[in-house]
Design a protein around this ligand. Sequence first.
Ligand code: NAI
Length: 248
Amino acid sequence: MQVDLKDKVAVVTGGTRGIGLGIAQALAANGAKVAVVGTNPEKLKQAVESITATGAEAEGYICNVASTEEVEKTVNAVLEKFSKIDILVNNAGITRDVPLGAMKDEEWDDVIAVNLRGPFLFTRACSKPMRRAKKGRIINITSISGLIGNKGQANYSASKAGLIGFTRTASKELAGKNITVNAVAPGFIETDMTNVLPEIYKTELKSRTPLGRIGQVADVAAAVLFFAGDEANFITGQILTVDGGLIR
Ligand code: NAI
């Protein structure tokens, strides 16, 4: 997938590994300057270096996406460095899987804070400069768990379903300012988040997936690139499932 993102500035939350890192690298490979947001200084440094080593521009920002203060500070720092924000990818996310009868309050609260409050805070902050510029792209990474539910993920699927509702409302509110808001809903993608799952679960999942394989980071990054590029400028409020046909 190739799009022209020359001179665009993109913010990617949770860009230090997995899907977020793949998205940050793909945006940079297509010409964007990337602000990588993460919580682990060492991983952040490595992520930024993996991008700058290709000759592209990137800067790292330590920020907990659930903190209003840290998000405001980060967005201001990005604006100071790059003067504008064209693309926001709300990718940071966590799981705390446990059957709901045994779920602790903090397991609920932590997942909602990172996966739902985070995208709200970043969208609110980044939409200000986008409104002024009268253009922008916001892409939220939700999950098929938010569309069909998943045992042991009451907190996670609620956060991802919430993010779908948020995407649809934000798309309506921001359309008048030429800002599109879309979401990508991956199925099972091979990353550190999913590597912890038992092999038998992965084999069973593969057999249930019509396209017969587990998703890769590049599959999700391609969908994000599509929403970020000019080709998608008449598309907003959409949820694009990237799951090999699993939930169809
Ligand atoms: P991952 O666990 O490998 O990476 C998550 C990233 O988010 C990391 O960089 C982590 O440092 C960052 N992060 C976590 N909490 C944060 C916080 N409070 N503030 C800032 N950054 C924080 O996960 P993966 O697999 O790359 O997932 C990325 C996104 O894709 C998540 O939103 C996840 O829910 C979603 N997703 C993943 C799927 C998969 O199969 N891997 C399937 C469907 C959705």
